[in-house]
Design a protein around this ligand. Structure first.
Ligand code: ASP
Ligand code: MG
Length: 406
């Protein structure tokens, strides 16, 4: 008998009929003799609706109340699933974050899990009860409700799997695994049988929506076997796991894109110590994440500095950078909100040469201009014009032979 953690995403619990299907999936594991802990998201669209409500109530809702509100979607789905399971003769009990308790720090909207008390859960499991836990939420040391960031129920699931030393953590959604790229924009995309934690993490960070990046970090740290699956088919799925010899052979495993990017250039900045700090400190002070940064070669003591931010932060970032630009004596700032970031990811990149050249040549052959480049051991990202996103993805998918992957 093994302990299995199953997580179901919002589209799979979007109405009662779907929740009844989820119940069957849970019962199936139960009948195979496994002990089951279930984590649920809110019904599809519900968290967005709650966020819109909060934002219509005040320009800047206070974070404590905001989290308290947007965490309620999960309370609805977990209690409904428990009701359905009980009705079908399978004893089940729902738990909210504070009832466990699942303790987090006090960083509202993006809290980090610090500790999960597994006592109550274990007690129920021992009695044969199916435990259904609300994803995305926790409680801080002062008993304030916190949330873990959008997509956070993936992280709830992996954290519970780690705390309970579960055999595996199954993440169910409407996609049946991790693909070489988004099948919605490239019909040659192939599902991967397995992928390493590091590759999955880079893919999640650079735009793949399948898993919240934090959940992958957590899985790697605690060595949790994560299966990305679909409830529609019993087969398939992608195992996210430790790197092995086969994976190292592959130069590129996946291609991601992120259309949620905007580019800001600060023109003709004096090239002297403290300038980057002066520009970027106020941005981070306002919780604006800066992604790629490039600084041009200096000419007669002046340079241009270009960086990207998330589109949703652009207006605020522009205001802040405008003010700083004046202070530091820059000429002006330029904004481009029509960009996208394309990334190629693969653990084999570290030991193969010519990968970057192949990427740049493939894009150049299609007349796609590269505006910015950044690299890590296992990733190369390029900023391009957004209208070329699909083209760039499929050209690179062909160039690196990903249609043959498995
Ligand atoms: N319901 C939350 C969201 O929409 C958490 C999740 O679904 O993972 O972001
Ligand atoms: Mg999700």
């Amino acid at each position: 008998m093994s302990l299995i953690v199953q997580k179901f995403g919002g589209t799979l619990v979007a109405d009662i009929g779907k929740i009844k299907n989820v119940a069957q999936k849970v019962i199936y594991e139960r009948k195979r003799g496994n002990t089951v802990v279930v984590i649920l998201s809110a019904m599809a669209g519900e968290t967005d609706r709650l966020i819109a409500l909060a934002n219509s109530a005040a320009e800047v809702p206070e974070a404590r109340e905001y989290d308290s509100l947007i965490s309620t979607g999960e309370q609805v789905t977990v209690s409904l699933l428990a009701i359905v399971l009980n009705q079908l003769g399978y004893p089940a009990k729902s738990f909210l974050g504070f009832q466990i308790p699942l303790k987090t720090d006090n960083a509202h909207k993006k809290a980090r899990i610090e500790h999960i008390d597994t006592q109550k859960i274990r007690k129920e499991l021992k009695k044969g009860v199916i435990v259904v836990v609300a994803g995305f939420q926790g409680v801080d040391t002062d008993n304030n409700i916190t949330t873990l960031g959008r997509g956070g129920s993936d992280t709830s699931a992996v954290a519970l799997a780690a705390a309970l030393r579960a055999k595996q953590c199954d993440i169910y959604s409407d996609v049946d695994g991790v693909y070489t790229t988004d099948p919605n924009i490239c019909n040659k995309a192939k599902r991967l049988d397995k992928i390493s934690y590091d590759e999955m993490l880079e893919m999640a960070i650079t735009g793949a929506k399948v898993l919240q990046p934090r959940s992958v970090e957590m899985a790697k740290k605690f060595d949790v076997r994560v299966y990305v699956k679909s409830t529609f088919s019993n087969q398939g799925g992608t195992l996210v796991t430790k790197e092995d010899k086969d994976m190292e052979k592959e130069v590129v495993s996946g291609i991601t894109y992120d259309r949620d990017q905007a580019k800001i250039t600060v023109v003709h900045v004096p090239d002297k110590p403290g300038i980057a700090a002066a520009l970027f400190s106020p941005l981070s002070g306002n919780n604006i994440n800066v992604d790629m940064i490039i600084q041009n070669a200096s000419l007669e003591g002046h340079t241009d500095l270009t960086f990207t931010v998330s589109k949703k932060d652009l207006m605020e970032a522009k205001k802040i950078v405008d003010a700083t630009a004046k202070k530091i004596g820059a000429k002006n700032i330029e904004v481009d909100d029509q960009v996208a970031k394309i990334s190629i990811i693969g653990v084999g990149m570290a030991s193969h040469s010519g990968v970057a050249a192949k990427m740049f040549t493939s894009l150049a052959n299609e007349g796609v201009n590269i505006m910015m480049i950044s690299t890590s051991e296992i990733k190369i990202s390029c900023v391009i014009q957004r209208k070329y996103t699909e083209l760039a993805v499929s050209v690179l998918h062909d160039a690196f032979g990903l249609e043959k992957k498995k």
